[in-house]
Design a protein around this ligand. Structure first.
Ligand SMILES: [Zn+2]
Length: 149
């Protein structure tokens, strides 16, 4: 018997959370961490249970409670390969009449130094930061509609 790998079925709310994770800088499990976005706790638990996201340590912080300093790890969510698969292809915004939407798929971090998750257009093969590709700036060129080479 063969087992086909098909994308996990997720709700619209879970998909929205998955998109936020793809955009980067979403803190895992913690609440009230300065400088990070959060996703709904139920979606967070479910997406983790489904194996679509995993937490990765990004830093250590210290918090003082009742005069005692406590050190703890801060982790962010990243998409697993299954998570990227579940997200599929996302059309970018088009900011002007001269821009065309890229059809972006999440490709994760390509290099340890990447500041944010990366995306690739399934049509023109442009690779860039997920947020930049999915949310085109007003004067961005957008998708030429074919591969560059
Ligand atoms: Zn494109």
């Amino acid at each position: 018997m063969t087992t086909a790998t098909k994308p996990a079925a997720i709700t619209p709310a879970q998909r929205k959370a998955l998109l936020l994770v793809a955009g980067g800088n979403v803190v895992a499990w913690l609440r009230g961490e300065a400088g990070f976005a959060t996703i709904n706790g139920n979606a967070e638990r479910k997406l983790n249970d489904l194996g679509l996201i995993e937490d990765v340590k990004v830093m250590t912080r210290t918090r003082t409670a009742y005069g005692t300093a406590m050190t703890y790890d801060v982790k962010v969510w990243v998409l697993t390969p299954a998570g990227r698969n579940a997200l599929g292809v996302v059309s970018s915004t088009t900011a002007t009449a001269n821009t065309r939407a890229h059809q972006v798929r999440a490709i994760g971090r390509q290099h340890v130094d990447d500041a944010a998750p990366m995306g690739e257009c399934a049509v023109c093969e442009t690779v860039g930061e997920w947020n930049a590709l999915v949310d085109l700036a007003p004067n961005a060129y957008g998708c030429p509609g074919r591969a560059r080479y």
